[in-house]
Design a protein around this ligand. Structure first.
Ligand code: FES
Length: 107
């Protein structure tokens, strides 16, 4: 796992923000004291999730209103899909986002 840090931003709870990590567009979601990071494309039909919003413990896609759990990216019951999520941790006053290293890279 490769961890990349960003400055902690002051988001309101349930706020969704677009961030870029090494040119990769991601979503940063704040929920109370926790931060969640997701891919920015909806797994249903590939919509941009920049304008998604939170509803309870779910992120809602603005196009067809599919919902994904903030905790793990799992689709609401009946959807059978997942939104890619990235692990986060707060250390030394920064938000760290974890990226899996590809298994095929040796250098
Ligand atoms: S593209 Fe997101 S719910 Fe259809």
């Amino acid at each position: 796992m490769k961890w990349i840090s960003i400055e902690l931003t002051s988001l309101n709870s349930n706020e969704v923000q677009t961030i870029y990590i090494n040119g990769k567009k991601l979503l940063l979601v704040s929920k109370e004291e926790s931060f969640f990071v997701f891919a920015s494309k909806c797994p249903h039909a590939g919509a941009d999730l920049s304008n998604a919003w939170c509803k309870g413990d779910f992120l809602v896609c603005p196009v067809h209103r599919y919902q994904y759990q903030l905790l793990n990216g799992r689709g609401a019951p009946g959807q059978g899909d997942y939104l890619k999520n990235y692990p986060t941790k707060i250390e030394n006053g920064k938000l760290w986002i974890g990226f899996k290293k590809p298994w095929f890279r040796f250098w």
